[in-house]
Ligand binder design. Structure first.
Ligand code: TNX
Length: 533
């Protein structure tokens, strides 16, 4: 499909074939397993599928003499250090960073036609060069480079190698600018270290937006100085009645910093006017009847609402948005707006009319769940669609109409990429209200054609939400995310022409040993022929 054998000189091809035959042991005897491992991974094995791959030429082999060449910029040096930090433990090589010399692995910024996140990776006997116009592009190129090395490269102890990178050129850039994953830290709280672990996993697949669902009925997870009981009391429990928790401002800044080091932007969400029991329990005056309800540790939705007619509600919203916006360097602030079943439609519209301008006043762009399209989305707002294939035509039409009037869409169809849906009825974790979602179903849809009547330019990207009613540990998150997260990432990154389940499932299978090496728990779906581990 994207192979272009025509550009490979015949002699190189013959030489390549001889090398391949040698590698599989035709010309050698003994030491067969090590020799077999020497066949480099074809450059079209990557997830998400790159925009263009031209295999050919001699592989580059990382050795004890390899250095990581970085030009003068501090950002490039940091990416070089990140790459060396991955390669050193498993190769056992020193891989020094240097800004001179030739060969080795070169990371290089250059003004060129790469876009904001694209890159070119060229590999030949003399070295590997990654070129991009931005550090983000180089960082994504590094993720591709990792996948071109044997899975054992991800181990934390020295492995045998050899460490070859197939010859050829990958030219790559994303289909969509917004490629997100959401983590619900409200239903169950996840520590800063746990969020960082997920960030590292998201970065592997070139996800660039981390949406944090910071408040819900069961817990308020971010310190707000002007309303201290939100975190101190509203954050003191979680689903099932455990201790919960919340992020101090320093914690949150650390998440933002770490995400930025992996080229992810943090999108904080305060869900309003529903999903607010933790806030209502913390401050009696936020309730229309002035009575604070108890904290909630169950899993029902749709029973809570801020008091839309009261002025104090907007004082509260202003303070929360102001403090959160000040903590957040990213462009977006998500105001929720889903499942406001205890708010009348008129109140919902009135609330959104007052709250959206507050987000703009503090310099952020509004994102809301797609129910926002039933109110008056402000200019520039994005709506996150979480309906199903069989959501009513009327509801879809409302979303499409908003999109035609300029509202951008992020696609998170629940029966496709809600990562908390069970894979099958037997999956121990997860929910099934949107159906069960096996790996093929999660992958097999096209964001560009998903909603009728939506102009292509309105689709800003895709996001895979992870709701945590049933998920308590990083291993729980990983089991639900992998392998489906990789598919969501491919839908966001790869060109529509690369979309093909039959080739995808082969590339996906090759990720299994990487996840094993990284200690990532995953669901070994029977739809994929995983290599023996
Ligand atoms: C729906 S979709 C919700 C969440 C739940 C989730 C569970 C949406 C915007 N709201 O409140 O946690 O389903 O799958």
């Amino acid at each position: 499909m994207r192979r272009n054998r025509g550009t490979t000189p015949r002699t190189t091809r013959i030489l390549g074939s001889l090398l391949l035959l040698a590698a599989v042991g035709v010309f050698t005897s003994g030491a067969a397993p090590a020799a077999r491992a020497a066949a480099p991974i074809p450059p079209d094995r990557v997830v998400p599928a790159p925009a263009s791959v031209k295999p050919g030429g001699t592989p580059y082999r990382i050795t004890r003499a390899t250095s990581v060449r970085v030009d003068g910029s501090a950002a490039v040096r940091r990416i070089g250090a990140y790459l060396a930090g991955i390669l050193r433990p498993s190769t056992g090589y020193p891989l020094p960073l240097t800004d001179h010399g030739t060969g080795g692995i070169r990371l290089h910024l250059e003004q060129g036609d790469f876009g904001a996140e694209g890159y070119r990776l060229h590999s030949s006997a003399g070295g590997v060069t990654l070129t991009a116009a931005t550090p983000a592009g180089l960082f994504h190129g590094v993720q591709t480079l990792r996948q071109l090395l044997p899975a054992a490269v991800e181990n934390k102890t020295v492995q045998p190698g050899p460490w070859q990178i197939a010859g050829g050129t990958v030219e790559d850039r994303p289909r969509y600018a917004y490629r997100g994953a959401m983590l619900d830290v409200s239903r169950h709280f996840f520590t800063v270290a746990e969020v960082k672990r997920y960030i590292d996993q998201l970065a592997l697949y070139k996800i660039n937006e981390l949406h944090l669902h910071l408040s819900d009925d069961q817990g308020w997870r971010i310190a707000i100085d002007s309303w201290p009981r939100l975190a101190a009391y509203g954050g003191s429990t979680q689903v099932g009645g455990g201790a919960g928790g919340s992020y101090s401002k320093a914690d949150y800044r650390e998440i933002v910093r770490y995400a930025a080091s992996r080229y992810l932007e943090v999108v904080p969400e305060i869900d309003m006017p529903g999903h607010t029991n933790a806030a209502l329990a913390s401050y009696a005056e936020l309730n229309c009847d002035g009575v604070a309800p108890p904290l909630y540790t169950g899993t029902k939705v749709g029973f809570s609402s801020l008091c839309v007619p009261k002025q104090v509600t907007y004082d509260f919203v202003d303070d929360v948005i102001r403090e959160l916006a000040a903590l957040t360097p990213g462009r977006y602030l998500h105001i929720g707006g889903d499942e406001a079943h205890s708010t009348s439609h008129a109140d919902y519209v009135a609330f959104m009319d007052r709250v959206q301008p507050v987000v703009a006043r503090y310099g952020k762009t509004v994102i809301g769940w797609h129910q926002l399209t039933g109110a008056h989305p402000v200019e520039g707002a994005l709506a996150q669609y979480w309906g199903l294939d069989d959501t009513s035509a009327a509801e879809k039409a409302k979303v499409a109409e908003a999109a035609r009037h300029g509202t951008g869409l992020i696609l998170s169809p629940a029966d496709r990429i809600y990562l908390d849906m069970k894979y099958t009825e037997d999956t121990e974790l997860g929910l099934d209200w949107a159906g069960v979602v096996e790996v093929k179903r999660a992958y097999d849809w096209d964001p560009g054609a998903y909603l009728a009547g939506v102009p292509a330019s309105a689709i800003r990207g895709v996001e895979a939400p992870m709701w945590s009613e049933t998920l308590k540990t990083p291993a729980d998150i990983e089991y639900m995310a992998f392998p489906r997260l990789a598919g969501a990432a491919e839908l966001g990154w790869s060109p529509a022409a690369a979309h093909d389940w039959n080739t995808y499932k082969v590339r996906l299978a090759a990720q299994g040993p990487r996840w094993d090496a990284l200690g990532i728990r995953y669901y070994r779906s029977p739809q994929v022929s995983w290599p023996k581990s």
